[in-house]
Design a binder for this molecule. Structure first.
Ligand SMILES: [Zn+2]
Length: 85
């Protein structure tokens, strides 16, 4: 009877990535949350998944704001030299 509410490990782990993306709603979200509250194994899986998702997000942000490359820096240095003459 509790299984109907809590769900299986297999089902929960399949839905963990959806949960981390914020796509899991309503009853499915409650089932995953209820399962995680009583299952150490799935909590461990979720922790490693959330670390992975966090790293992917950081990488995506780094790509979105690229640091100035050497060519940009050279350009600025060259301009400053010209202005000093
Ligand atoms: Zn489990």
């Amino acid at each position: 009877m509790m299984d109907a509410v809590v769900g299986s490990c297999e089902e929960t782990q399949e839905q963990l990535s959806d949960r981390l993306e914020g796509d899991l709603r309503g009853l499915r979200r409650l089932r995953v949350a209820a399962h995680l509250s009583r299952c150490d194994r799935c909590r461990a899986v979720m922790r490693s998944l959330s670390r992975t998702v966090e790293q992917v997000r950081l990488l995506a942000q780094a790509d979105f704001f690229p640091p100035p490359g050497p060519s940009v820096t050279d350009d600025v240095v060259e301009r400053i030299r010209r202005e000093r003459r």
